[in-house]
Design a protein around this ligand. Structure first.
Ligand code: XCC
Ligand code: SF4
Length: 658
């Protein structure tokens, strides 16, 4: 029973069976336990909360205090706001603020990583270093730095100066935009949307959404795209590339996923968030013989470090650290009673964790100055002195193990998979050491073995059964010979379902299966965290460069999807994919009203202008069908449709898969 008497047992009008709330059996088991214990989880709150019917379609505005103004989504042009704002202005401004926030989150993260890089170069940080000098050179060359005969730190310094512009540029083009295919960059130039500096783009977008400013949805959408590109080809890409340089570029690693990675006889520490530095700091600390001994004196067999959400996905890719689950499982894992400390940093840290942690006597520890949570213990992590923070965390976790008062119930589910497919590794895997290239991938697309490539990414959302959309969608894509690249919480959903193993090739269509078997790769490649979606941008650019599939990213037979999205970061990611030329479909719903001019611009008009476009559907199989239809359309435009005789499997001949 919960130790906190102030927490009342939850009353749910109609208790939906846990197996209908999540596909993940471990999470379902913990949801049942939480209900028995009278503890409320987001998975239940998600069914109790009835979203505002006006807000869900983005038909309200609270950008000034003459409002909030509410329009009717069923009759959107009937009314305007007090200031006269039309439904198109209102939707565009709301979407703009979503994208600005998502871009700000990724860019703030990227800027933090850049600062750490500088501190290493300047010698202020001693606990981290430049690990991957080959990648350092590659990235430096990609932004035009001459590396010949230069010392590692000299190159790093020049790279720092160049990448700082990603954030601070007032004028000029963001450095990494030159990694995009020429035709894609030209398209951005023509449209006037090449991002300058992320701070400038986010500031300008916010300013333009103030009352009485930009009131032409088309003009606003241009700045929305420019800002989103500042995320994908800026903040996020800096985060991925510099993290690889400092902590190592991932290559395939076997890792265990799901709650069975917790160990009853160990001190269990979960790290959940987005910043790799704090996680790396704890990783170093848990192997300290002093703490291992301390844990043993309290009767523990050792210390078990486990990740969740995106930093978990990142650490799994780099070091094979086990992963306990995605966004919708972060509260549920605490219900095991086995978590001695959950250490969090920024983004997607539900405030609900604080009360769940209190119920199970788990230490919830915030570590980042930008994310405190009422009721949690704050121990600030400083890269210049990681030990001061990590020592306290370990002491607290070990002490809690020694005095565990809660019954422990750990679900058995555990699934092995292969993770860590960086774009560099994909190149090497396909082409070999001496002729590493994307040409073999292109050849297999051209000859029709692989129909196309899909990025399936993003969150889980308690509006739908956890993981179910991700799994149904990916299953449908691979059986239709579409190679799937994954990141974030989506990757974890598929890993739990066993798709990230070479053996999963049996679930793929005959062409994709043949390629997987030849190369020895899974049909679903895990690339890491959400910021690592930029690996997909680089892979797409490399595909264009390898030749035979058109001139720009918009020409490629590729599509993207976030079937269970929930965060503003997901919208920013979606918009940067669309602006980069990718057809991007979202499940669950989309914050715009069908039939309005703004909706039509996002879902059709942008493609007519030469970009990608948005799509949405409530059913995962329908989402897959839309993506495959787009891939086939692109194949036709490229003139490679004839090489593929296999037709799309329809619902009736779908192979039954365990
Ligand atoms: Fe958050 Fe990154 Fe979404 Fe997961 S996928 S719920 S954004 S943790 Ni990034
Ligand atoms: Fe209403 Fe216009 Fe103010 Fe928005 S900006 S709340 S539409 S008056």
């Amino acid at each position: 029973m919960p130790s906190d008497k102030s927490i009342k047992p939850i009353k749910i009008q109609k208790q939906i069976p846990s197996s209908e709330r999540t596909l993940c059996e471990a999470t379902a088991q913990m949801l049942d336990k939480a209900r028995r214990d009278g503890v409320s989880l987001a998975l239940d709150r998600g069914t109790e909360m009835k979203p505002c019917p006006i807000g869900v379609e983005s038909a309200c505005c609270k950008h000034c205090y003459m409002g909030p103004c509410r329009l009717n989504p069923r009759d959107p042009y009937k009314k305007v706001g007090v200031c006269g704002a039309t439904i198109d202005t209102i939707q565009a401004r709301n979407f703009a603020r979503n994208v600005a926030t998502g871009t700000a989150s990724h860019s703030d993260h990227g800027m933090h990583i850049l600062k750490l890089f500088k501190d290493i170069i300047d010698g202020h940080v001693k606990d981290f270093t430049i690990k991957d000098t080959i990648k350092l050179e590659r990235v430096a060359k990609s932004v035009g730095i001459d590396v010949e005969g230069k010392e590692v730190y000299a190159v790093a310094k020049e790279l720092y100066v160049e990448l700082e512009k990603t954030f601070s540029n007032v004028e000029g083009e963001m450095p990494f935009t030159r990694r995009a295919p020429k035709a894609t960059l030209e398209q951005w130039r023509k449209g006037g949307i090449v991002p300058r500096g992320a701070m400038r783009e986010v500031m300008e977008l916010m300013s333009r959404t103030h009352i009485g400013c930009d009131q032409d949805y088309k003009n606003l959408t241009k700045q929305i795209s420019r800002t989103a590109l500042a995320d994908g080809w800026g903040g996020s890409m800096v985060a991925t590339e510099l993290s690889d340089i400092m902590f190592g570029t991932p290559s395939p690693t076997a890792a265990d996923v799901n709650m069975g990675v917790l160990k009853e006889d160990h001190v269990n520490i979960i790290v959940h968030g987005h910043e790799p530095a704090m996680f790396e700091g704890i990783l170093a600390a848990v192997s300290d013989p002093f703490y291992i001994e301390e844990a043993k004196t309290k009767g523990a067999a050792g210390i078990n470090l486990v990740g969740m959400c995106c930093s978990g996905a990142e650490m799994m890719s780099r070091h094979g650290i086990p992963h306990a689950g995605n966004f919708s499982s972060t509260e549920a894992v605490i219900v095991t009673g086995a978590v001695d400390a959950m250490v969090v940093d920024i983004q997607c840290i539900k405030q609900g964790l604080a009360s769940v942690a209190k119920c199970y006597d788990t230490h919830l520890i915030t570590t980042n100055p930008r994310c405190h949570i009422e009721g949690a213990t704050h121990i600030e992590f400083e890269e210049r002195d990681p030990k001061t923070c990590t020592d306290q965390i370990l002491t607290k976790a070990i002490t809690r193990f020694g005095s565990r008062s809660m019954p422990v119930e750990i679900p058995k589910q555990i699934q092995k998979g292969v993770h860590g497919f960086s774009h560099e590794y994909i190149e090497y895997m396909l082409g070999g050491t001496f002729r590493g290239s994307y040409s073999p991938l292109n050849e297999n697309i051209i000859n029709g073995r692989i129909r196309g490539v899909a990025g399936v990414v993003g969150c889980t959302n308690p509006k739908v059964k956890q993981d179910s959309f991700h799994v149904a969608l990916v299953r449908e894509l691979i059986r239709n010979d579409v190679l799937v690249l994954q990141t974030g919480c989506s990757q974890i959903a598929l890993a739990k379902a066993g798709f990230l193993t070479p053996e999963a090739a049996v679930l793929a269509g005959p062409g994709l299966a043949e390629v997987c078997e030849t190369v020895g790769m899974p049909p679903v490649l895990g690339l890491g965290s959400c910021v690592d979606n930029t690996r997909i941008l680089i892979a797409a650019s490399a595909m264009v460069e390898a030749g035979g599939l058109g001139k720009s990213i918009a020409d490629l037979p590729v599509a993207g999807c976030a079937p269970e999205w929930m965060s503003e970061k997901a919208l920013a990611i979606g918009q940067y994919f669309v602006s980069s030329g990718v057809y991007t479909v979202f499940g669950i719903g989309f914050p715009s009203i069908k039939g309005t001019k703004f909706h039509d611009l996002l879902f059709n008009g942008l493609e007519e202008q030469g970009y990608g476009k948005w799509g949405t559907a409530a059913d995962p199989i329908e989402l897959a069908r839309m993506m495959i239809a787009h891939i086939d359309k692109k194949r036709k435009e490229l003139g490679i449709d004839k090489t593929r005789e296999r037709t799309l499997f329809d619902m009736s001949n779908r192979r039954e898969i365990a």
